[in-house]
Design a protein around this ligand. Structure first.
Ligand SMILES: Cc1cc2nc3c(=O)[nH]c(=O)nc-3n(C[C@H](O)[C@H](O)[C@H](O)COP(=O)(O)O)c2cc1C
Length: 205
C-alpha cells in the first residue's frame, strides 16, 4: 500500500486541495427560512447531518454571508428538507446567492411550498423529507458557522414509510453531492453481518 500525505499547507493552499474534495459526499438539504420582510429564502446545504436522536437534532455548516444563517439567527426557525432525486436541478439552482429579502421561489422554476405544522417557514413540496427546526445554538467553526437545530416536527412522503426500520432506511431516496453540479443517488446495497469476534461483545458503558 502506498500512502499519500497531505500537509496543512497543502490543504490550505489551492481551492482544489480543500478537504471537502477528499471526503465522501453528503446528502444536500434545501433549507427554508424567513427573511425580515417575510420573503421565503431557500438555500442548499450539503454540510447537513444528524447529531442527536433523542432529542432529534441536526447540524448545518453555513457560510457566514449566507442569508439562511442571518434568517435562522434572527427568527430561530428553519425547515431542513431532502429533495427528490428528480429535483436536483432545483437543488443546484438553490445555490444562487440573491440579495437578502429576495426569494429564490421567485426565480427558481419548480419550487412550491406548503405550510409547516409548528414553525413559520414553509416546507418545499420538492422534498420527500422535511424537518421543522428551531435553532438551539450556533458556533463559528473556521470558515463556516455550525448551527444546531432541534427538530420539532417531520413530514415525510408516505410512500417512503415502512414499519420495518431496515426496509424504511434502505428505501430512502438519498442523493449525494460531489461538486460542480455532480450528484448521485444510492441504491446499490451490500449486506454485512457483525464479525464473530465482535458480535458477542456487550457495548461498554
Ligand atoms: C448542492 C449544494 C450544496 C451546498 N452546500 C453548502 C453548505 O453545506 N454550506 C454552505 O455554506 N453553502 C453551501 N452551498 C452554497 C449555498 O447554497 C449558497 O451559498 C447559497 O447562496 C446559500 O443561500 P442563501 O444565501 O439564500 O442562504 C451549497 C450549494 C449547493 C448547490
Amino acid at each position: 500500500m502506498k500512502w499519500k500525505k497531505l500537509s496543512r499547507d497543502f490543504l490550505d493552499g489551492d481551492r482544489n486541495n480543500r478537504l471537502v474534495y477528499l471526503t465522501p459526499p453528503h446528502a444536500p438539504s434545501l433549507v427554508t427560512t424567513l427573511a425580515p420582510n417575510g420573503a421565503v429564502n431557500v438555500g442548499a446545504f450539503e454540510q447537513t447531518m444528524l447529531c442527536s436522536n433523542n432529542p432529534p437534532m441536526m447540524l448545518l455548516a453555513i457560510a457566514p454571508k449566507s442569508d439562511t444563517l442571518h434568517n435562522l439567527r434572527e427568527t430561530g426557525e428553519c425547515v431542513i428538507g431532502f429533495p427528490y432525486p428528480d429535483k436536483l436541478q432545483e437543488a443546484y439552482d438553490a445555490g444562487v446567492r440573491l440579495p437578502r429579502g429576495e426569494s429564490e421561489l421567485d426565480i427558481i422554476k419548480g419550487f412550491t411550498v406548503a405550510p409547516s405544522d409548528v414553525v413559520q417557514p414553509p416546507r418545499l413540496e420538492q422534498c420527500w423529507f422535511s424537518a421543522e427546526g428551531k435553532l438551539v445554538w450556533d458556533k463559528k467553526s473556521g470558515d463556516h458557522v455550525t448551527c444546531c437545530v432541534e427538530i420539532v416536527s417531520v413530514t415525510i412522503d408516505e410512500k417512503y414509510w415502512n414499519d420495518d426500520r431496515v426496509v424504511r432506511r434502505k428505501g430512502l431516496p438519498a442523493t449525494y453531492y460531489a461538486t460542480s453540479g455532480e450528484f448521485f443517488s444510492i441504491g446499490d446495497w451490500t449486506h454485512v453481518e457483525m464479525s464473530d469476534n465482535v458480535k458477542n461483545r456487550e457495548h461498554a458503558d
